[in-house]
Structure formats: structure tokens, C-alpha cells
Write a protein that binds this ligand. Structure first.
Ligand SMILES: [Zn+2]
Length: 325
């Protein structure tokens, strides 16, 4: 997300209008030679461009979100190396995400396109037969340059919190979420090319913008998780997010005893993967802890992330979706 769009609450109105102006400029998306996948519905016939693994979703989960498991995923993702859009570790992580989703009984599809001559790929898992569609999203790419690092401004970002934490929460939810119990259809969306904004002519939130532009369903809610694993967790309300939806989620967190982490005060205004959905008039929320001193530095490493923080977010979403277990 963009720091230029990040300010204290007192100037939120100005910031919001800047974001809208910025977002009105469509990224120069160039379809790749193979036709990009248009997500029409989770039950559509898979095309050649869609990697689909339809497994029965009959098993019901009595598991609960495990922060330790999610933390293992953070460590494992960082061990792959920086997951920069177009890089081999990015491709490898994408393949691993698809495999884990399939193993957990989700139907998977991919949405490939080219951006600035770079192969870019969103990953989607779907499960459930309910009428309402809920999308949970996170970016899985990492920023190619640590431009907030005063000592080492030209390294790639390790992305333990900024990238891996959101992916880890979604993957652990794919294991434990009882989608039948939600009565809804749940989509897990892993966006590429979120985090190279303002580098080499790249825009922010490219993957989610492509996804939203090609979406032909109308989700009732879109919830983005980004940078939510900080050991010193403090998740404030984000000012662009849908207020009603955010209140629902923060209320659940408080009921679960996470009121010190989910703080019901507005602090930041972010250009993040929720924006393309808000711009389409959809209810979307960004769950983000932007009070993170290691943002876009070489120090965004797993030791800054904790299993407990991941668990607070995962369990909150689990209970918000399922109701009490
Ligand atoms: Zn970032």
C-alpha cells in the first residue's frame, strides 16, 4: 500500500480524495497471450486457463484456527526468498498456495495476466454453496525494494509481515473454516502485484484491481488482511473501509477478548487491496496494522511476527463467519 496515501486521521478527507484521484487512473494492464481467466462463478466450467481442482467439500471442520501453524507458514514463505511479482519464488509460493487450497478441499483457479511485461497471477480458492459470497483477500507478493530502510534501501523486502502474514491467515482458515456452517460461499483471493507501487513506474494494488475489474459476481463482503502479524499488534479502524462491516468484525474481536489488539478508533487511511472493491460500491474492509516500524525494510522478518497475533485475526474471522463454535 502507499505511504503517500497514509496520514493521520486529521487529514483523512484530503487523503481519501487523493486516493480516489489516484485510483481513477487505470493501470496499463496488457492481457497475456493466453486468455486471462474471467471469474464468473465458482461453479463455472473450468477453461484451459483455469487450474481447477474440484474436491468434495463434504468434510466439516471441528478445528480451530491455530496461530502456531499460521506462523510456520510465515517462516516457510520467507524461506522461499522474496516473492517479487514475476520471480521464481513468487511462482513457487503461488503453486504451493494452490496445492494447499486443493488439499483442504477448495476449488482453485488462477487469473494470469501481464503487467509491465511481467507475468502476474492471482490465485482463488472457493468453497460452499450458499447464496452470499464472502471474499477474504491478501497479497502474496513482496516489495522488490526496501525503500523505507535508511541503511539498506535497495534490498528486496523479506515480507514476513507485509505479505506472508496475510497469506498465512488465509491458508490456516482454508484448513479450519467450516464453510457449510457459514451458510455462504467463501472465496479466498491471493493477489499478486500489490506492493511495487511507485517503483519503476509500477502502480499499487495491480492484482486486486484486475480481479475486481473482471469480477462478474457481487460479493456481500470483501475483507482484506495485510500486515496483521506484528508482535506489537494494534489494529485500528481504517478510514476508507465500510464502517458497518468493520464494526461487525471489531465487535467480534472485542467479544473474543482481543479488544486491546482490535482498537475501535480510526487512525490510518490506506490505499490497499480493498479499494478496487469499494470503488465498485461493494462493502470492503482493510484489516491492517500499520504501526509497524519495519515496514518496507530489511527487518520485516519472522521474528517481528507472533503466532498469537496471527491467531487473533484468524479466530476473529473464523467466528465472524461461522458464529460461535
Ligand atoms: Zn508493502
Amino acid at each position: 500500500m502507499s505511504i503517500s496515501h497514509v496520514m493521520r486521521n486529521v487529514v483523512c478527507v484530503l487523503v481519501a480524495s487523493m486516493c480516489a484521484a489516484c485510483a481513477a487512473t487505470a493501470p496499463a494492464l496488457t492481457p497475456s497471450t493466453s486468455a486471462p481467466t474471467v471469474i464468473s462463478s465458482a461453479t463455472s466450467e473450468p477453461t484451459a486457463a483455469v487450474l481447477a481442482t474440484a474436491l468434495p467439500s463434504t468434510q466439516t471442520s471441528t478445528q480451530t484456527f491455530d496461530g502456531e501453524r499460521a506462523y510456520e507458514s510465515v517462516v516457510q514463505q520467507v524461506a522461499l526468498g522474496p516473492r517479487i511479482t514475476g520471480s521464481e519464488p513468487n511462482r513457487e509460493l503461488g503453486d504451493q498456495i494452490l496445492a494447499q487450497l486443493a488439499a483442504n478441499g477448495w476449488m482453485t483457479s488462477t487469473q494470469a495476466f501481464s503487467y509491465q511485461g511481467t507475468p502476474t497471477r492471482n490465485l482463488i480458492g472457493t468453497k460452499g454453496n450458499g447464496g452470499d459470497i464472502i471474499i477474504l483477500g491478501a497479497h502474496y507478493d513482496t516489495r522488490r525494494r526496501t525503500d523505507q530502510d535508511k541503511q539498506k534501501p535497495t534490498e528486496p523486502v523479506p515480507g514476513a509481515n507485509d505479505g506472508a502474514s496475510g497469506v498465512a491467515v488465509l491458508l490456516e482458515l482454508s484448513r479450519v473454516l467450516d464453510v457449510d456452517k457459514t451458510g455462504k460461499q467463501v472465496w479466498l483471493a491471493f493477489f499478486d502485484a500489490e506492493d511495487n507501487g511507485d517503483l519503476d513506474g509500477w502502480d499499487w494494488i495491480v492484482g486486486s484491481r484486475y480481479f475486481a475489474a473482471n469480477m462478474t459476481v457481487t460479493p456481500t463482503a470483501v475483507v482484506i488482511v495485510d500486515m496483521i502479524g506484528d508482535r506489537q499488534q494494534e489494529i485500528y479502524l481504517e478510514s476508507n473501509s465500510n464502517r458497518e462491516l468493520a464494526t461487525q468484525i471489531w465487535d467480534v474481536a472485542q467479544q473474543m477478548g482481543y479488544g486491546d489488539q482490535f482498537i475501535k478508533q480510526m487512525k490510518w487511511s490506506m490505499t490497499d487491496d480493498h479499494m478496487p472493491f469499494l470503488e465498485r460500491g461493494l462493502r470492503a474492509v482493510d484489516i491492517i496494522d500499520f504501526d509497524y516500524p519495519y515496514w518496507h525494510t530489511v527487518q520485516d522478518t519472522p521474528d517481528k511476527v507472533s503466532p498469537e497475533s496471527l491467531e487473533h485475526v484468524g479466530r476473529t474471522l473464523e467466528v465472524w463467519l461461522e458464529g460461535d463454535k
